[in-house]
Design a protein around this ligand. Structure first.
Ligand code: PLP
Length: 367
């Protein structure tokens, strides 16, 4: 059997007719950028998240950097973020000239809230919370710090569509929730797409203006903005997927519960879920000391895996200018060497999953 770490084709096949019909509908409408589909998607996604506004954007990175731009956070300012995130989170901060201050993760792969306060200085302007791998971060202590130090809170929800902390959806705790709808995300488009959500009328307006060259009225530009518009085809396809979001999330939860109850091997550490938090299982991430051996073993048996992420941002070549040496974030660095995402996708069959489980369970006992 051959099992890939992810299968986007399966996600398409289940609702094939609806997706194909929607594309034709948009093609025939004669309107392709920022139209009715975008407007409808924004309304529907805001409703899904339980907030006042959603503004569609071109991708998740734009959502992040435009968020900090609009909040006025840039050169000379510091933003606290977890060390073990996807590099886009950090770029959202540094594109504006602000400095990322890295904090180690907890056992749930999210920022360790107990290590934030010691990193707050007079330059700290915001916390960027990343709900990594689909699990909500520890929002209660984080919200206390945000209030105590009067900080802005931006949430990177690129992996957490629908995940909650104490029943409240990720992306709704702070000033701005940033989403990516890159094809492999839980709510995936068929190309690049992103959005922000907010309850703040003024921030929402500023995003709408900024994404379209800073213009509210055609050819009258208020600010130097960006071209970060969401197109009609992607918005239409996202509307189709959003209608099925609850069942898609339930399917991932079911698959991962099977992994949790069936995987059994002393060589691996299984993911855990914090009390009060839910996860929408963007990835099923195990940890393994001798990771390369497990990767090779699974590869030989036709099972593909991915590492999210092999190089933590502070050690990436792109951030060599920050001058952070290996050893500055030992937990982050250990995770980078041990984490492994095993196959997980909507449409994964029982046979496929059983094959993965059997092989992982047999690892280390092979003759
Ligand atoms: C995917 C991702 C992004 C960036 O989204 P794009 O749409 O690819 O720009 C940002 N942060 C995290 C945590 C992500 O997983």
């Amino acid at each position: 059997m051959k099992i890939m770490p992810n299968r986007l084709d399966r996600g398409f096949e289940v609702y094939k007719e609806e997706f194909e019909q929607k594309v034709l509908e948009v093609l025939r409408s004669g309107w392709y950028v920022l139209g009715n589909e975008v407007k409808k998607f924004e309304e529907e996604f805001a409703k899904y998240a339980g907030v006042k506004h959603c503004v569609g954007l071109a991708n998740g990175l734009d959502a992040l950097w435009i968020a900090f731009r609009i909040l006025g956070i840039g050169v000379g300012d510091e933003v606290i973020v977890q060390g073990n995130t996807y590099i886009a989170s950090v770029m959202g901060i540094t594109i504006n000239g602000a400095t990322p201050i890295f904090v180690e993760p907890d056992e749930y792969n999210n920022i360790d809230a107990s290590k934030i306060e010691e990193r707050i200085t007079t330059k700290t302007k915001a916390i960027l919370v990343v709900h990594l791998y689909g699990q909500a971060s520890n929002m209660e202590p984080i919200m206390r710090l945000v209030k105590k130090y009067d900080l802005r809170l931006v949430e990177d929800c690129a992996q957490s569509h629908g995940a909650c902390f104490d029943g409240k959806m990720t992306g709704t705790f702070g000033d701005i929730g940033c989403f990516s709808f890159y094809p492999s995300k839980n709510l995936g488009a068929f190309g690049d797409a992103g959005a922000i959500i907010t309850n703040d009328d003024k921030l929402a307006d500023e995003f709408r203006v900024f994404r379209n060259y800073g213009s509210e009225k055609r050819y009258y530009n208020k600010v130097v903005g960006a071209n970060s518009r969401l197109d009609e085809i992607q918005a239409g396809l996202l509307r189709v997927r959003l209608q099925h979001m609850n069942e898609l999330t339930e399917e991932r939860v079911r698959l991962c519960n099977t992994y949790l109850t069936s995987l059994c091997n002393d060589n691996i550490v299984l993911p855990t879920i914090r009390k009060g938090a839910t996860t929408v299982w963007h990835q099923f991430v195990i940890r393994c000391r001798n990771r390369q051996k497990l990767i090779d073993y699974l590869n030989e048996r036709g099972i593909g895996t991915i590492i999210h992420y092999p190089i933590p941002p502070h050690l990436s070549e792109a951030y060599s200018y920050l001058g952070q040496q290996k050893g500055t974030l030992p937990i982050t660095e250990a995770y980078a060497e041990e984490v492994l995402s095993i196959p997980l996708y909507n449409g994964m069959t029982t046979e496929e999953q059983e094959y993965v489980i059997q092989n992982i369970n047999a690892y280390g006992n092979e003759t």
